[in-house]
Design a protein. Structure first.
Length: 275
């Protein structure tokens, strides 16, 4: 039977690959890369680099344009469902055409495949239409959320308190999550942190986490929101895209925050690649 690995490859640093991910890459015959638009070719280059460093001789890389999602429609749920359907058709066709009867393929997922990623849902949709077409397993990865906490030298939770992971769409619609004191916000295309009441809220912000263009800002939201908005606007203008994550913390200042984490800075190693 054909077998597929869904491999979490981390947030942007080639060293984010776990040993399990490296071993899965080494067992793969065909890598199925869903190509991004021209503005995001640095993401594709990082994938290719990981494959070149860890894949076995004789492997193949198949690159095809990814299905595009309508990001302008107010019908968000319907747009995502349509996008997943078209992605499922694409992936199903690739598996059937590119893998032999006993071949092993891999899809490389940013961060961790379990966190705001559609790959497993897409594969389940393919299998629902074609039961037994292949088997698959998920290799967990280092998420941008984990990297955010590490880069700011803080923790996602405080003693006896839960943390909520939500999207910027919900943050903009609902404000700071009711009943929460700590919230991780992802998928922010519109700087939703500027739309909530900043009173008593601290922010740990990170963009392009793990990459050469990494941006880190930490401090009271009321003071830091304008700076963050400026930095992310400049970065988006320069690169054409942005991927960011942030932790909002209500209550007393966070003493675990990294000294000097405020501002921008490179990821450190000269050979690190953009996220």
């Amino acid at each position: 039977m054909r077998h597929i690995y869904v491999i979490g490859i981390g947030a942007g640093d080639p060293d984010h690959l776990t040993l399990q991910a490296v071993k899965a890459i080494a067992r793969t015959d065909v890598f199925l890369l869903l190509d991004k638009n021209e503005q995001r070719q640095d993401l594709m280059r990082l994938r290719r680099r990981m494959i070149e460093e860890h894949a076995r001789p004789g492997h193949r890389v198949v690159e095809v344009p990814d299905a595009e999602r309508d990001r302008t429609t107010p019908a968000y749920t319907e747009a995502v469902q349509d996008w997943r359907r078209r992605r499922a058709e694409l992936v199903g066709r690739l598996v059937a055409e590119e893998l032999g009867p006993d071949g092993t393929g891999a899809l490389l997922a940013w961060g961790d495949p379990s966190l705001y990623d559609s790959v497993t849902a897409v594969l389940d949709e393919v299998l629902a239409a074609e039961p037994g077409a292949f088997s698959y397993e998920v290799v967990p990865g280092i998420s941008s959320v984990s990297v955010l906490a590490a880069r700011h030298r803080t923790t996602l939770t405080r003693v006896g308190r839960p943390v909520r992971i939500t999207t910027a769409r919900r943050l903009a619609a609902e404000g700071f999550p009711p009943g929460s004191e700590d919230a991780v916000v992802m998928l922010d295309g519109q700087a939703a942190f500027e739309r909530i009441d900043p009173e008593g809220v601290h922010i740990h912000y990170g963009a392009y986490l793990g990459g050469e263009d990494e941006i880190l800002v930490s401090g009271p939201l009321g003071e830091k929101a304008p700076e963050i908005a400026r930095l992310r606007a400049e970065a988006r203008e320069r690169k054409g895209w942005i991927m960011d994550t942030y932790l909002l913390r209500r209550g007393p200042g966070d003493t675990d925050a990294a000294d000097g984490a405020d501002g921008t800075g490179g990821a450190g190693d000269a050979d690190r690649t953009n996220r």
